[in-house]
Unconditional design. Structure first.
Length: 291
């Protein structure tokens, strides 16, 4: 993958939706199919995403419920946001209007930290024509592009879910990767160090993992860092050519943002969906603290 496979700018998306001129200054461009828009407004501890969506969203965007549509039932054994069953996810994606081969753009209002979960799941399901709106709704609004309010109900799609499009780690895989590759912890640094733990039963991190907080993928405006800065960031934590990479977070949501940031600079990474919410519930799994 390249940056263009992962991210789309507000200006480019506006052109694809028919709202303005192509953002590039020269060259000929063919018409493109307008993408399906998915609004994934969610944040840990907040349940007002749908209300915020109703107040204002990209024209034609469908609301996606993180808890009900992008995750299976939570449990100590599986974690807070385990992967949904393929048949359940297929029905959800069809209800959003996702069609076989049709482009999709996902966004949120938090720099893609929630929307990346939808991006990752669709790619895991075999639907590769999906991108993240770089900067999300705030960047769209700053560009003075149109929004609308109210609910959007999409015409039902026909996408077929074919799991396996993105690599996945189990807890045992994650433990082994710390010896043979690089396992990145995408949570806040203080949670990695075990200084605080707001939701899971034990504080700390997977022994051998390296701290790489998701928010450091973004600039001050909430857009993804430039490619060179992302490469430097990941090289500093040992992500080098030829090294196998895995990522986890609290429950497999913001880790998808890390996978997307890595993909934007051409680095493949596996996601540990159970993440810390699964690992920390298993007393047989060791826990490390500190740097």
């Amino acid at each position: 993958m390249t940056r263009e496979d992962v991210l789309v700018s507000p200006e480019r998306l506006a052109w694809e939706l028919g709202f303005g001129e192509h953002p590039h200054d020269s060259g000929a461009f063919d018409d493109v199919e307008p993408p399906v828009l998915l609004d994934v407004r969610w944040a840990l501890g907040q349940d007002d995403g749908h209300e915020r969506y109703l107040e204002g969203h990209l024209p034609g965007a469908v609301f996606v419920d993180m808890e009900l549509e992008l995750a299976g039932p939570a449990s100590p054994a599986a974690g807070r946001h385990p992967l949904p069953a393929p048949e359940v996810f297929e029905q959800a994606a069809r209800s959003w209007g996702v069609r076989e081969g049709a482009p999709v753009v996902v966004y949120d209002a938090t720099g893609g930290t929630a929307a990346s979960r939808a991006w990752w799941l669709l790619r895991w399901a075999g639907h590769t024509a999906v991108r993240i709106l770089d900067g999300g709704l705030p960047a769209w609004v700053r560009a003075d592009l149109p929004t609308e309010s109210g609910e959007v109900l999409a015409e039902r799609g026909d996408v077929v879910v074919r799991p396996g499009g993105m690599p996945v780690l189990t807890a045992s895989d994650a433990a082994l990767l710390t010896r043979s590759g690089v396992l990145l912890d995408a949570r806040a640094a203080e949670r990695f160090r075990g200084e605080v733990e707001p939701i899971d039963p034990r504080a700390g991190h997977v022994p051998g993992a390296r701290s790489a907080p998701t928010h450091e993928n973004l600039d001050d405006a909430g857009s993804f860092l430039a490619d060179e800065r992302l490469r430097e960031r990941f090289a500093a934590v040992g992500v080098l050519p030829g090294v196998d990479v895995g990522v986890y977070c609290g429950s497999g949501v913001t880790a998808a943002h890390q996978v997307a940031a890595l993909a934007a600079v051409g680095i493949d990474a596996a996601l540990y969906p159970g993440s810390w919410s699964q690992w920390s519930h298993d007393d047989a799994r060791p826990v490390a603290t500190g740097e």
